[in-house]
Design a binder for this molecule. Structure first.
Ligand code: PHE
Ligand code: FE
Length: 295
């Protein structure tokens, strides 16, 4: 993209960094400490250890192909050379979560915002907001996959559209993102596998989502997913399983405007509920569930 205009400097605990109108900042790579690189190395090694046999092949292969390794926090510029050639996507550095419409605009232009800072050593297992490890390790490998790459751009465009409708439409679309991009499972010839970024960047949930009896594992259905509330501070109570990225892309191709209008008149479902029409891969025991706090 064109280099955006530098609009201000923002003070952070790492000093002043330039911030652009689109929220984009240059990755201040030289400012990462040895501790930061160490956190990356630990998280990377840990996930590389447990993800084979759990994450889908498209994810694992692309971790290799884009050149992620344990030695240091990757430079966005290095990854971008590979990514641009593969699918035309690029990473842009950001300070953290962006306003919805700014985030959608980036995706619609095949730019993926990546938080530039990494969590602290005491946050290896849980961090409430997305950091570099989640955004980069979790999201970027699948942007190397052509079908998934197109889905993400279509999602960005759909987001711009939903933003122009109303808050309910945005909520429906956000649930779709949550249960696919962030917490999706995929059915393969070898069994269920993970593709959701919120799972692959978490050691605990990478194991829980596939091996625990507690959560439901249900077949993906667009309107069902758009009506399902979710948990933001515990592991998910329900995971939705797609048959492939093509299925996801095709199921989301239709115009959502009439779907949003229809869903306005219908109630949402609690995160842990199994419905009569669901294709049930596993009915969760509900063990350890907190019944409140769905969003
Ligand atoms: N087809 C959707 C719409 O009309 C756009 C979209 C595509 C949304 C892919 C999400 C994912 O709004
Ligand atoms: Fe994410």
């Amino acid at each position: 993209m064109d280099t955006p205009r530098r609009v201000e400097h923002q003070q952070t605990d790492r000093g002043y960094i330039p911030v652009y109108a689109t929220g984009v900042i240059e990755q201040p790579w030289a400012s990462y400490s040895a501790t930061d690189h160490g956190v990356w190395a630990q998280l990377f090694r840990r996930q590389r250890e447990i993800l084979p046999g759990r994450a889908c092949r498209e994810f694992l292969d692309n971790v290799e192909r884009i050149g992620l390794g344990a030695d240091a926090i990757p430079k966005f510029d290095d990854l971008n050379r590979v990514l641009r050639r593969a699918t035309g996507w690029e990473l842009v550095g950001v300070e953290g979560l962006l306003p919805d419409h700014v985030f959608f605009d980036h995706l619609a232009h095949r730019r993926f915002p990546v938080t530039w800072w990494i969590r602290k050593p005491e946050q290896l297992d849980y961090i409430a907001e997305p950091d570099l490890f989640h955004d980069l390790f979790g999201h970027v490998p699948l942007l190397m996959n052509p079908v998934f790459a197109d889905y993400m751009q279509a999602y960005g465009r759909g987001g711009m559209k939903a933003h122009g409708i109303d808050a309910d439409a945005l909520m429906n679309l956000t649930r779709l993102y949550w249960y696919t991009v962030e917490f999706g499972l995929i059915r393969t010839g070898e069994g269920l596998r993970i593709y959701g970024s919120g799972i692959v960047s978490s050691k605990g949930e990478s194991i829980y989502c596939l091996e625990s009896d507690a959560p439901n594992r249900l077949g993906f259905d667009l309107e069902r997913v758009m009506r399902t509330r979710y948990k933001i501070d515990t592991y998910q109570q329900t995971y939705f399983v797609i048959d492939g990225f093509e299925q996801l892309f095709e199921a989301t191709r239709p115009d959502f405007a009439p779907i949003y209008a229809k869903l306005k008149t219908l109630p949402a479902y609690p995160a842990g509920e199994v419905l009569p029409g669901d294709r049930v891969y596993h009915r969760g025991t509900g063990e350890g569930w907190v019944r409140s706090g769905d969003v």
